[in-house]
Design a protein around this ligand. Sequence first.
Ligand code: PGA
Length: 249
Amino acid sequence: MRNRFVIGNWKLNGGLAANAVLLDALKAKVLAAPGRYCGVCVPAPYLAQAQALLAGTSLGWGSQDVSRFETGAYTGDFSAGMVAEFGSKYAIVGHSERRSLFGDTDAVVAQKYDQVRKAGLTPVLCVGETLAEREAGETESVVGRQLKAVVDAHGVAVLSGAVLAYEPVWAIGTGKTATPEQAQQVHAYLRGLVAGWDQSVAKQLPIVYGGSVKKSNAAELFAMADIDGGLIGGASLVAEEFLAIWAAL
Ligand code: PGA
């Protein structure tokens, strides 16, 4: 049995007062179960708040990015080690918004991934194709390249204990979800790719889907053989939606 996850990605949203309301609502309802994990990736300035409100609950927390460096003169960056100091469990790396808006290349994502692992956090590695790439029949080559960049740099063993997130760029924040079959096809491709490197890592690797997951489509996505949960953007900001998605896991 693979571990299953529902992880919220708040993006650039929140505020102390609103966060407290949301986190209180989530922690009242989310119950831990072995192999089923729920978490929220908050803007880094709110990690202390997440720790204060969620310590001892079933919810994990973490960041949406980290620096590719460990320490030094890198104004504006924060390290994976700093994220870990707040009791965090997760750090997202390679989100398509970081790739497209902030210039994170495959090589940079691989460096960040390594930092996250070294800090003892669970990396949530995002891969996904744009609409143009999908239409050009390049979905598998794009997600394969993005995943391979990490494995080439650090070896396949670094995927054990990680979460891989397939997030088609055309489905993120657009309200356009991949069909369960479309998502399953890519998840199976990714698992097969990892299996070609290491069977046992592939068997254990949770692959979650992200891109306009909501309470109305979560159950059908999560029912697919290779979909082990979701990375949730917009719907993670609404307690009732996020809790319904968690309940569908
Ligand atoms: P969305 O975002 O659920 O708002 O589409 C998902 C993500 O970007 O992680």
